[in-house]
Ligand binder design. Structure first.
Ligand code: IDP
Ligand code: MG
Length: 138
């Protein structure tokens, strides 16, 4: 079993896809270890996405991510990181396969509805960004 950190981004919350995406999480066999609804401060969005600091989209991404609420969840499943990335599809919804969450719901490459960790190591770092150990189901 492994873990991943997912976010339902502001565009998907505004477009009322929280339920659709949580249903998909359940259908894909993930166990929810932790779940929160919150609004990021811009400084925290900048910290979360610091690997992208200096990229042309960084400032707008951090502004978009902190302008309205998000849902964050720590999920567990076999092969969790890759499975979730397969479920969400390519970063740019125009390149995402039909049936993936980004193909169905995303507005643009920037406002692309969902996040998923990109490695087991980053999943642990991202989970600890949002959740204290005692906030995760054992
Ligand atoms: P990922 O979310 O598919 O892992 P990353 O390359 O890690 O994609 O980029 C993080 C986020 O930054 C993306 O989900 C998207 O919101 C935004 N982003 C990445 N590349 C671009 C771009 O070329 N234009 C606008 N936004 C981008
Ligand atoms: Mg990424």
């Amino acid at each position: 079993m492994s873990r991943t950190l997912i976010m339902i981004k502001p565009d998907a919350v505004k477009n009322k896809h929280i339920g659709d995406i949580i249903t998909r999480i359940e259908k894909e066999g993930f166990k929810i270890l932790g779940l929160k609804f919150l609004k990021l401060a811009e400084v925290d969005a900048k910290q979360f996405y610091k690997v992208h600091a200096g990229r042309p989209f960084y400032d707008e991404l951090c502004k978009d991510m902190s302008e309205s609420p998000i849902v964050v969840a720590a999920l567990e499943r076999e092969n969790a990181v890759q499975h979730w990335r397969d479920v969400i599809g390519a970063t740019d919804p125009k390149e995402a396969k039909p049936g993936t969450i980004r193909a169905m719901f995303a507005e643009s490459k920037g406002k692309n509805s969902v996040h998923g960790s990109d490695s087991d190591e980053n999943a642990d770092l991202e989970i600890s960004f949002y959740f204290k150990d005692y906030e995760l189901v054992k």
